[in-house]
Design a protein around this ligand. Structure first.
Ligand code: XUL
Ligand code: CO
Length: 442
């Protein structure tokens, strides 16, 4: 990949990040992410399809509920919104090409500031879409997915497509139309719906059934529009149980699959799962991935991590090799992601204020996933892991167990089997053995 800068270089003194191997002590090099390395029949680049998220990397300024910005951006200086947005895009493509990851993701309002005039917003996004198209052509970087931010503006305080006021819903639709147009124009491979405020703060004032019906109707309407424009990619729903609302309708993978089935959306929609959202739902991320995989809906991943000691969506960069290895085992067993990739929906800390920090964060994230994928493949190829798990279910492979699976045994027949065969043997689940096995390969 060629480094693409604008008129000005923003990340001075940092060259393109290269793969140098596990022995390298260069903090600005990949130690595991060798994009051309082939694992389980595919290159790491194609397995992982890493994406940089625009919002955290180029808008997230370190502010928190207790204090203002700590990250001061040189691309955020001009007074004109469109000129400022172009500078930011110059910085973004400089960063992404120096990092050498193949994709990016954005919300409409990450790319350029929006006001309250829909026509003006559309013009701004169109201008920046044209600008991005040239940048993509110059660099080879592609758009993994686009989305619309239907949660920050005050009009969405009671939701967007689930708002009790139809007028607000229509504003959400206007934004989604423009974001879909931009995504399609940029060859975006997927489109994401994260329902930030699609839920409720209090059930006392909420007609939950009607709100969910509106959500489904909205998704159908948006999907029909995009398909009519020729969009061939996948739509993703990104589950999250709460935050910012107390309860969100897209609670977790199981809830969303039920919703998609009920409202006949399974043909077009899959899941974009996020690690920290799984944590908030009280699940491991591997669990969320397995639920999606079992439904054939494992679409894309938002990579990050929460904090062991608090219950917020802290969006830290991933760094736990044991956990990520378990994710990659699920991914490989599922045959990979359907359409999506791995988007770093993660932010550097408020006090990470060196320019290099954004590079360290992404390098570490890419390396941990690459290393975990290699380890997971070794576990699946070179150990008795698969056999142990398969053998646990061997009693269903023949005889009466098989007949049960095929629906051929009545409840009376099951009782007869129990009586005839006496008390079952005690059989180990071998959990500690398997935990040690995974550690051995790490
Ligand atoms: C919020 C979140 C979003 C979505 C896109 O928790 O994950 O950034 O990924 O709207
Ligand atoms: Co996300």
């Amino acid at each position: 990949m060629k480094v693409v800068t604008g008129e000005r270089e923003y990340f001075k003194g940092i060259d393109q990040i290269k793969y140098e191997g596990p022995e390298s002590d260069n903090p600005l090099a990949y130690r595991w992410y060798d994009e051309n390395r082939v694992v389980a029949g595919k290159t790491l680049k194609d397995h992982l399809k890493f994406a940089v998220s625009y919002w955290h990397s180029f808008n997230g300024n370190g502010s928190d509920p207790f204090g203002g910005p700590t990250h001061r951006f040189a691309w955020d200086e001009k007074s004109d919104a469109v000129e400022r947005a172009k500078d930011k895009m110059d910085a973004a493509f400089e960063f992404m090409t120096k990092l050498g990851l193949p994709y990016y993701c954005f919300h409409d309002v990450d790319v350029v500031d929006y006001g309250n005039d829909i026509n003006e917003n559309d013009r701004r996004l169109q201008t920046l879409t044209d600008y991005a198209k040239q940048k993509q052509a110059d660099s080879g970087i592609k758009l993994l997915w686009g989305t619309a931010n239907l949660f920050s503006h005050e009009r969405y305080m009671n939701g967007a497509s689930t708002n009790p006021d139809f007028h607000v819903l229509a504003h959400g639709a206007a934004q989604v139309k423009a974001a879909l147009d931009a995504t399609i124009a940029l060859g975006g491979e997927n489109y994401v719906f994260w329902g930030g405020r699609e839920g409720y703060m209090s059930l006392i004032n909420t007609n939950m059934k009607r709100e969910q019906e509106h959500l489904a109707r909205f998704l159908h309407t948006a999907k029909d529009y995009a398909r009519a424009q020729g969009f061939k990619g996948t739509f993703f729903i990104e589950p999250k149980p709460c935050e910012p609302t107390k309860h969100q309708y897209d609670y977790d993978a199981a809830t969303v699959t039920g919703f998609l089935q009920k409202y006949d959306l399974l043909n077009d929609f899959k899941l974009n799962l996020e690690v920290n959202h799984a944590t908030l739902a009280g699940h491991t991320f591997a669990h969320e991935m397995q639920v999606a995989a079992d439904w054939g809906l494992l679409g894309s991943l938002d990579a990050n991590r929460g904090d062991e000691q608090n219950g917020w969506d802290t969006d830290q960069f991933p760094n736990n090799i044991t956990e990520v290895t378990e994710y990659m085992m699920v991914l490989l067993k599922a045959g990979g992601l359907q359409g999506g990739g791995i988007n770093f929906d993660a932010k550097i800390r408020r006090n990470s204020t060196d320019q290099a920090d954004l590079f360290y964060a992404h390098i570490g994230g890419a390396d941990i996933f690459a290393r975990a994928l290699i380890i997971a493949d070794n576990i699946l190829q070179k150990s008795d892991y698969n056999k142990i798990v398969t053998d646990r279910y061997a009693s269903f492979d023949s005889g009466e167990g098989k007949a049960f699976e095929e629906g051929k045994l009545s409840l009376e027949a099951l009782r007869d089997y129990a009586v005839k065969n006496g008390e079952p043997a005690v059989t180990s689940g071998k959990q500690e053995y398997l935990e040690n096995l995974i550690n051995r390969f790490i």
